[in-house]
Design a protein around this ligand. Structure first.
Ligand SMILES: *Cc1c(COP(=O)(O)O)cnc(C)c1O
Length: 232
């Protein structure tokens, strides 16, 4: 099977899953954007995916993302940065990312804002919310108690647009119960920021559970591209 045929088949299956999950949730499939997570895979795959109709791609490592975005600059894709942000790299990420999904601390806001300013256009920002139980070993994401303060700092930044929330279901818990907490956090957040209504949640293993609670973006890698050569 050619690589193109492999990607076409993975993509077809994922699109069918999204449609089914939307139907089950009484939602229109046009309300959910597929972000194809291309980390660890070459720019040639990004090119094939674009040709197969993918509009949004996700990357989680700065150097790899920067190089691929440059190689694929002619494709008109929206680049989502979904990985851990180091404060000394945040400015550089804002120069190629159209959406930064993983903002999780106020310290990064100024650097992202300056990067967006240098690039000359605003960057969309999602705040990554931690769904870990309180006191868990730190994984990425802002504690829901600290979300309001972080959101305020983004709204105050001239070159950033607060667009919504992002989350990853923790390992070792049913995704649907973690996403139920996310739905509550989001409802509270929307009271304060009604127009920041994007929600990026759901991956290859749990996109149905995320769509059921209102995800507008699902980030899917291995179900489209196959298993990664190295695992995160
Ligand atoms: C890798 C990654 C994904 C995609 O994971 P799959 O299980 O391969 O679909 C989604 N979100 C984040 C934050 C990731 O790092």
């Amino acid at each position: 099977m050619s690589r193109r045929a492999e990607l076409e088949s993975g993509l077809g299956e994922v699109r069918a899953r999204i449609e089914r999950a939307c139907a089950d949730a009484g939602r229109d499939a046009s309300q959910v954007t597929l972000v194809a997570v291309t980390k660890f895979f070459p720019a040639s795959d990004v090119r094939l995916l674009a040709d197969l109709g993918v509009t949004d791609v996700g990357e989680n490592r700065h150097q790899e993302a920067e190089a691929k975005a440059a190689e694929c600059a002619d494709l008109g894709l929206r680049w989502h940065y979904i990985g851990g942000l180091q404060s000394n790299k945040a400015g550089a990420v804002a120069r190629y990312a159209d959406v930064v999904e993983s903002l999780d601390r106020p310290k990064l806001v100024g650097r992202l804002d300056r990067g967006a300013q240098e690039r000359g256009r605003p960057v969309d920002v999602l705040l990554q919310v931690s769904l870990d139980p309180p006191g868990a070993e730190h994984r990425a994401g802002v504690d829901p108690d600290d979300l309001a303060v972080l959101a305020e700092s983004v709204t105050a930044a001239e070159h950033l647009r607060l667009r919504g929330l992002m989350a990853v279901a923790p390992l070792g818990e049913e995704p649907s119960s973690a996403f139920a907490r996310l739905a509550q956090v989001r409802a509270h957040f929307l009271d304060q920021h009604p127009s920041a209504d994007l929600l990026s949640a759901g991956m290859s293993g749990d996109l149905e559970a995320a769509i059921a609670i209102g995800a507008t973006h699902v980030r899917v890698g291995s179900a489209i591209l196959g298993s990664r050569p190295l695992h995160r």
